[in-house]
Design a protein around this ligand. Structure first.
Ligand code: ATP
Length: 249
């Protein structure tokens, strides 16, 4: 059995209009790792993440979750293992109330009613939104929608948490709460983001995508010291990096 929980091999993806969004990306992630996926707008981050739960099918190459190849016949198992927080919360919220949205995943897992109620309560408390459980998701602020979208995934207790720009639209306190929450989540995480301060807090490893290819893959603190590399990805060195490096020596 492979000890890699995610294995991406030579992944290529062309959208139906011909845009080649991924051009031969390969990497492996070990159980329990927290990995950041960074890169300029249009680098291919969302496209790559959408392959992890089979929302997109590779044009070439392969994706495995543990020993299971991601393909049509394995999707039910894959989606129980991989919890995906989409870039746009509107793609994730479709029920009449916040409660129903967060209960949807556990309900589909066939869990008993008391367990579903507990999971919804816990997930909403974790994101600090228990007080709006009866509201319509369509009547929430952008940041609240993002937090509910995160709760819909937490309630399914996935082994792998995949998040596409989870901190965008969050106010500083909600962002800090999210970081603290994710720190407690000891399973495997892969997070696409432009928020490099959050990466410093959460991800010991960073993969940089550039025009659909992997430009760098290594220890976050080391990669972030390479200003040229960050500039190529339209990113800036986070201020806190210097303090972190000083602490390490
Ligand atoms: N539905 C689509 N049809 C055609 N091309 C697409 C589609 N979605 C994305 N693309 C293209 O694929 C490439 C990769 O896009 P993707 O959304 O994966 O980038 P990203 O790194 O997530 O960007 P961002 O940081 O802006 O979210 C871009 O060139 C984009 O224009």
């Amino acid at each position: 059995m492979s000890h890699h929980i995610i294995e991406i091999h030579n992944l290529e993806y062309a959208y139906p209009d011909g845009t080649l969004a991924l051009r031969g990306a390969s990497f492996r992630i070990t159980h329990g790792e927290s990995v950041a996926l960074i890169g300029a707008n249009g680098a291919g981050k969302s496209t790559l993440l959408l392959h992890l739960n089979g929302c997109l099918t590779p044009t070439k190459g392969s994706v495995r979750i543990g020993d299971i190849p991601v393909m049509k016949s394995t999707l039910p198992t894959i989606r129980r293992t991989v919890g995906m927080v989409f870039q746009n919360p509107d793609d994730q919220l479709f029920m009449p109330t916040v409660y129903d949205d967060v209960a949807f995943g556990p309900l589909n897992l066939g869990l008993p009613v008391e367990e579903i109620e507990k999971r919804v309560k816990d997930a909403l408390s974790l994101v600090g939104l228990a007080h709006i459980k009866e509201k319509s998701p369509y009547r929430l602020s952008a940041g609240q929608k993002r937090s509910v979208a995160i709760a819909t995934v937490l309630s399914t207790s996935p082994n792998i948490l995949v998040m596409d720009e989870p901190s965008s639209n969050l106010d500083p306190k909600s962002r800090r709460n999210l970081i603290n929450l994710l720190k407690t989540f000891t399973h495997t995480k892969i997070i696409a983001t432009h928020d490099l301060d959050m990466v410093l807090d959460l991800c010991e490893r960073t993969i940089i995508l550039h025009q659909g290819q992997i430009m760098a893959d290594g220890a976050t603190v080391e990669l972030f010291q390479d200003v040229g590399l960050l500039e190529e990805s339209h990113l800036e060195q986070p201020f806190r990096l210097a303090a972190i490096i000083a602490k390490e020596f």
